[in-house]
Design a protein around this ligand. Structure first.
Ligand code: F6P
Ligand code: MG
Length: 468
């Protein structure tokens, strides 16, 4: 099968087109507003104040460029040096000199957008370390208080359950552990439904409604491809054959706040159950896609869990406060005994898709990461953007086999699992007829937009590949 083209920002009627024309200007406006808020708070520092003014001028101009569909320009030598911009961006633009905001590959232009924002901040010394999305990340995490407490209580309960399973000699132990495995995979999966970049118009109630056990139970029917059994098979086999050897699970992270918390829940479950002995979390090196995890976001999250003003669960003695403190302590423990490790790499914020996680990509760390990930028993790719990068964000027929859509990753030795709530046009791996059925269903409430069922975040996929 010929490899299809990638989605473009001018593909009529696609979510990509809508994102480029409507959502990006809003995201840019939000960054300007947030910077103004921060600038006001720090206005006694005149140098910083003026620097913020100049960043805002740059952001306003940039927003206008997007609206006016001007050409995407290469990064200058000065910008490359100043902000460590990977040269992949300019290499791409050399090959696509005509690319403009209204007619460019969606994946490239979206990734390029966050680089351009970052360069504006790197230019001003007082703001180089500032995460422009921090305020939004934090306020959304704060508003997920109920879901956070519910999961902390769930985790406290899990430990006696695991102990019981361990002590129970009945032969259904494996089945019980598998039920828990499924539950924690789904916690991590649906944690991805809280994508802050989609919250340009979501209400607080909507944020809350995608969390919580009831929602998860209802949501199982919404997982349209579900390879959980295969991932379970890999980890149970690894556990049975471990003989003291490490069982490593990697997470290529997506969003900060509730999703990171849900991922930590899954990691803690794997570590406590012996299905993994080490979890490595891969974070972004710049503020990215509004909500993505940077290294510092983990420390902030653990602090938030302990902060009773941030999460008002009452006195230290309430069961809610104890559960939050307990989970924070577990995190400290896993970090200090090396079972949980955070890493960052610029590869994750380049424009390169994950067909480049291969020996052949030698310029931007693709081959280095590929070599390292060969030592992992399972690499979990979280979220929608990672799914787009896995599939190249191409116009595959929706029944295309997963192994076809992920290219080299199907055979280059990495065992992978994609946990994605569907928020973009690309969709593969569906059985014949399902796309038409879901499109019809979505069309009823969203006339003219039936095929956007897979951009709504209401459905999800769990896709496994052995890499052999
Ligand atoms: O589809 C909307 C969108 O903002 C895309 O631009 C991007 O792929 C994705 O959502 C980000 O979602 P996630 O945080 O799940 O990767
Ligand atoms: Mg994200």
């Amino acid at each position: 099968m010929a490899i299809p083209e990638r989605f473009m920002t001018n593909d009529k009627g696609t979510f990509g087109e809508y994102t480029a024309s409507s959502r990006w200007p809003i995201i840019l406006q939000n960054t300007i507003d947030d910077l103004t808020t921060q600038q006001e708070l720090e206005k006694s520092n005149t140098t910083k104040f003026e620097q913020a003014e100049s960043i805002k001028t740059g952001l306003r101009q940039f927003r206008q460029d997007i609206i006016d569909r001007v050409r995407l320009r290469p990064f200058t030598e000065e910008e490359i040096k100043l902000a460590n911009v990977p040269l992949s961006f300019n290499e791409y633009l050399k090959k696509h000199p005509e690319a403009n905001w209204g007619d460019v590959e969606w994946l490239f232009s979206e990734v390029y957008l966050y680089r351009r924002i970052n360069v504006l901040f790197q230019r001003e010394s007082g703001w180089a370390e500032f995460d422009i999305f921090n305020r939004l990340k934090q306020s959304t995490f704060e508003s997920s208080f109920h879901g956070v407490v519910e999961l902390a209580l769930r985790y406290e309960n899990l430990l006696p359950q695991l102990k019981e399973i361990g002590q129970n000699s009945e032969c259904n132990d494996e089945d019980l552990l598998k039920v828990l495995f499924k539950e924690f995979i789904e916690i991590s999966l649906w944690g991805n439904a809280t994508d802050l970049s989609l919250l340009t118009n979501a209400t607080l109630e909507e944020i809350k409604s995608i969390q919580g056990a009831k929602a998860r139970a209802e949501s199982e029917s919404k997982i349209v491809v579900n390879d959980t059994d295969e991932a379970w098979g890999v980890l149970t086999k690894a556990k049975a054959n471990a003989n003291g050897k490490q069982i490593r699970v990697d997470f290529v992270l997506d969003n900060s706040g509730f999703e990171l918390y849900a991922d930590l829940m899954l990691a803690a479950f794997l570590l406590q159950s012996g299905l993994a002995t080490k979890c490595i979390f891969h974070a972004k090196d710049i503020p990215y896609m509004v909500s993505d995890v940077m290294l510092k976001d983990f420390d902030i999250l653990v602090q938030d869990l302990r902060d009773r003003k941030f999460f008002p669960s009452g006195q230290p003695s309430t069961k809610e406060s104890k559960a939050l403190d307990f989970f924070a302590k577990e995190m400290d423990k896993f970090i200090s005994n090396g079972k949980l490790e955070f890493r960052e790499d610029s590869f994750w914020t380049t424009d390169l898709d994950y067909w480049n996680l291969d020996t052949k990509e030698t310029k931007f760390h693709g081959s280095v990461l590929h070599k390292d990930l060969l030592s992992s028993n399972l690499v979990i790719f979280k979220g929608d953007l990672n799914y787009r990068k896995l599939t190249g964000d191409r116009k595959w027929p929706r029944t295309t086999k997963w192994e076809t859509a992920i290219g080299p990753l199907a055979t280059n030795g990495i065992t992978s699992l994609s946990l994605r709530t569907c928020k973009a046009d690309v969709q593969v791996g569906l059985p014949e007829g399902l796309d038409a059925k879901l499109s019809q269903e979505w069309e009823k409430e969203n006339p003219g937009r039936g095929s956007w069922w897979c951009c709504s975040g209401k459905w999800a996929v769990i896709c496994f590949c052995s890499g052999e």
